[in-house]
Design a protein around this ligand. Structure first.
Ligand code: TRP
Length: 368
């Protein structure tokens, strides 16, 4: 029963791509056999710089779920959680914010480069600056353990463990999170200009069609000096060779092809045809599984994991608040009822405040 815990997450800002596949998804598929893995869809975090585009974030939640299931994450093993639907994480975030300084948040190198990339020099959303605290709350509130992430997440992990140590001086006795860095180097984008990313427009999505795949490979950057088939070509930075190295199971043949290309006499077209075959073999099973998952199936799985997670997060929150020394009210009188006004006009039927007129005040509800 003592399965170690692991937690990781993604922002739902676009479909997952080949970079995610080699960089993290394959690891997760392995990890689900050895750990109780939680995969968090960090929609609140995505909204910290997307408040003007909530429909993008909302729509990508189900796309992410389909990607996860299509690559082989098994819902009977993995707990999928929607961040915004676990309000305990935000209570925790608010208290944790009092344990970091604004200066510390401003020095976070990942946040700094994101701020520059988004042109937020002026008018930084406060929530954006604080999202690393919210991420620490995710990890603490959902149980912590092993956290497989890319190296850009190292400053977040440092902050998280800083907060865990501070809470532990208050008697919380929480485990430090264990960062597991992906050993796979970043996958280069099809344009050869940098790592694959949706925002750079150089990504191949996991759910792309055969035609989209073919077009992407046709455009893939090779060696601009390699004009004639007989010319010697460069392998370094050549996207076709980068992808063959990452995906072609026949590594010996790939090494021979590299040598041949460097000598001259091997054309880009022939290489790209091989690459297309290799990539189709990787992506077609994913694509097939992906279309078999309906929206409602994906969302039901997410809802189930989220409600389970909420119950656990509630316990962590209560424990942390009592260690901090936050005032606690006595439990509601057993016989009495508390009248709750329907201030929201009944907009939140899933909320424990419904039915709106008469309802015992229940701080322990987890919505399921
Ligand atoms: N910041 C992470 C990313 O952009 C997503 C994330 C949110 C996360 N909460 C997390 C990752 C908790 C690990 C653990 O990829």
């Amino acid at each position: 029963m003592n399965i170690p815990l692991a937690i990781t997450g993604d922002r739902p800002t676009g479909p997952l791509h080949l970079g995610h596949y080699v960089g993290s998804l394959l690891n997760r598929v392995q990890l689900q056999h050895t750990h109780q893995l939680t995969v968090l869809i960090a929609d609140f975090q995505a909204l910290t710089d997307n408040m003007g585009n909530p429909q993008k974030v909302r729509a990508n939640i189900v796309e992410l779920m389909k990607d996860y299931l299509a690559v082989g994450l098994d819902p009977s093993k993995v707990r999928f959680v929607l961040q915004s639907a676990v309000p305990e994480l935000f209570s925790l975030t608010c208290y944790l914010q009092n344990l970091v300084s604004v200066g510390q948040l401003e020095r976070n190198p990942t946040v700094r480069s994101e701020l520059t990339a988004r042109g937020f020099e002026r008018g930084i959303p406060a929530g954006f600056l604080c999202y690393p605290v919210s991420q620490a709350a995710d990890i603490i509130g959902l149980g912590g353990g092993m956290v497989p992430v890319g190296d850009d997440q190292l400053p977040m992990m440092e902050l998280c463990n800083d907060l865990v140590r501070k809470l532990n001086t208050m008697g919380a006795n929480l485990p430090l999170a264990n960062t597991l860095l992906s050993s796979t180097p970043r996958l280069i984008g099809v344009d050869g200009k940098g790592k694959m990313s949706k925002s750079a427009g150089n990504a191949i999505a996991l759910g792309c069609s055969a035609l989209e795949l073919e077009q992407a490979i046709k455009m893939a950057y090779t060696d601009p000096q390699h004009l004639k088939v007989s010319d010697p070509g460069r392998v370094e930075g050549n996207v076709v060779f980068e992808y063959l190295s990452a995906f072609d199971p026949n590594t010996a043949e790939v090494e021979e092809l590299k040598a041949h290309y460097q000598r001259g006499g091997l054309g880009d077209m022939a290489l790209k045809r091989r690459l297309l075959g290799v990539m189709e073999a990787t992506l077609s099973p994913i694509r097939e599984r992906r279309v078999q998952v309906s929206d409602s199936e994906a969302l039901d799985i997410l809802a189930k994991g989220t409600y389970e997670a909420r119950a656990g997060a509630q316990q962590v929150l209560e424990h942390v608040l009592s260690c901090i020394g936050v005032a606690q009210l006595p439990p509601p009188p057993l016989s009495g009822v508390v009248t709750v006004r329907d201030e929201y006009g009944g907009c939140f039927p899933e909320d424990n405040l419904s039915p709106p007129d008469v309802q015992p005040l229940d701080r322990g509800g987890c919505g399921n």
